[in-house]
Design a protein around this ligand. Structure first.
Ligand code: UT7
Length: 329
């Protein structure tokens, strides 16, 4: 028994925040952002009443529609997010309410940019037990809620989006074949949202010090991302005896074009086999991987060998090898 992906849904807000508009907010240029990061524009949920759960519910609704599934048939929803609607209850719980998943249970996974991969691993093993037949894995992020739009180091990087996949059991030898997941909690000093938790509860001082926004030591994170993401991607190829020719696609986390290129190079992969949409959406944290699968879905074929690879706050990182389970409808 294995877990296969049987459908993909996603949602991106309509508003397009261009590099040109960011250049009017902070001291930066389209040229700097394009060449150093690879982003041209990102989507932003400008409606203050629209939370991560709203983006997530829209992605789930599209997934249900595309797969012809009743919301009542979903057993479990695992929601990856770092931009939870509130500290509790879990954003997954709220998505279930908004999308009508009244027979499901749900919980959140917080592994930052590796959240979708961690959630895939968790959900896959729920499916493998045989007890859960329809499981949704969701990445939903309103990153604009924690971005400081006066900080040029972070404001160009992030976007809002949600993406979801359906996991179902199969005995065809397809689906999730292998995974490598890692964490190094000492990385917490380099990429974090300082205040708002039990260590630094919200106060007038934490707000004044801008401690509720993302803080990132870009270069340090960059170095760890390049080596760790490539290491696990190559390791998972080697231990499954996969050559670069046998690999159909790399689905990399979309944080920086240079990190993606370095990973592909280490894997010996030509660029045409790498899913890249960072220029359109920026870094949408746990939504980047399903957003890629959603965009490339019509090009995927049953049996395609695909590697997903991520690196994010924590530090968390990992790679997953799966065999795609269906041809385009
Ligand atoms: O998704 C979770 C994991 N996150 C990542 O994987 C992100 C990893 N890090 C990165 O992608 C890159 O480090 C960044 C894109 C964040 C930054 O790029 P960088 O090439 O590492 O730039 P830097 O921080 O080393 O800064 C280089 C220069 C500095 O100026 P000086 O000190 O050399 O004069 C910065 O002040 O670029 C300057 N700079 C900017 N200039 C124009 C930094 N941000 C900007 C900006 N516009 N937006």
């Amino acid at each position: 028994m294995n877990a296969i992906i049987t459908g993909v849904g996603a949602y991106v807000p309509d508003y397009v925040l261009t590099n040109e508009e960011i250049s009017r907010m902070v001291d930066t240029t389209d040229e700097w952002i394009s060449t150093r990061v690879g982003i041209k524009e990102r989507r932003i949920a400008r409606d203050p009443n629209q939370a991560s759960s709203d983006l997530g519910a829209k992605a789930v609704e599209e997934l249900l529609r595309k797969t012809g599934t009743s919301p009542l048939d979903i057993d479990l929803l695992v929601c990856a997010t770092v931009t939870a609607d509130m500290a509790f209850p879990a954003t997954g719980n709220i998505v279930c309410d908004k999308a009508g998943l009244t027979n499901a249970f749900s919980f959140d996974v917080n592994a930052a940019c590796s959240g979708f991969l961690y959630a895939m691993e968790v959900a896959t093993n729920f499916v493998r037990t045989g007890k859960y037949k329809k499981v949704i894995v969701l990445g939903a992020e309103k990153m604009s809620a924690i971005v400081d739009y006066t900080d040029r180091n972070t404001s160009p990087l992030f976007g809002d989006a949600a993406g979801a996949v359906m996991l179902e059991p199969s005995e065809e030898g397809l689906g999730v074949q292998d995974s490598i997941l890692r964490v190094d909690g000492s990385g917490r000093h380099h990429l974090y949202q300082k205040a708002g938790g039990s260590l630094h509860p919200a106060s007038a001082e934490t707000v004044a010090a801008k401690e509720h926004f993302i803080h990132q030591d870009g270069q340090i994170v960059f170095k760890h991302a390049v080596s760790n993401m490539a290491d696990v991607a190559v390791e998972i190829m080697e231990r499954n005896g996969l050559s670069s020719e046998e690999l159909a696609w790399l689905v990399p986390h979309q944080a920086n074009m240079r990190i993606i290129e370095a990973t592909a190079r280490r894997m010996g992969l030509e660029r045409s086999k790498v899913m890249i949409n960072i220029h359109k959406y920026g870094n949408t944290t746990s939504a980047t991987l399903p957003l890629c699968l959603w965009e490339w879905e019509s090009q995927l074929r049953k049996g395609d060998n695909i590697i997903l690879a991520t690196f994010g706050a924590g530090f968390t990182w990992g790679a997953m090898y799966l065999k795609w389970a269906y041809d385009p409808q």
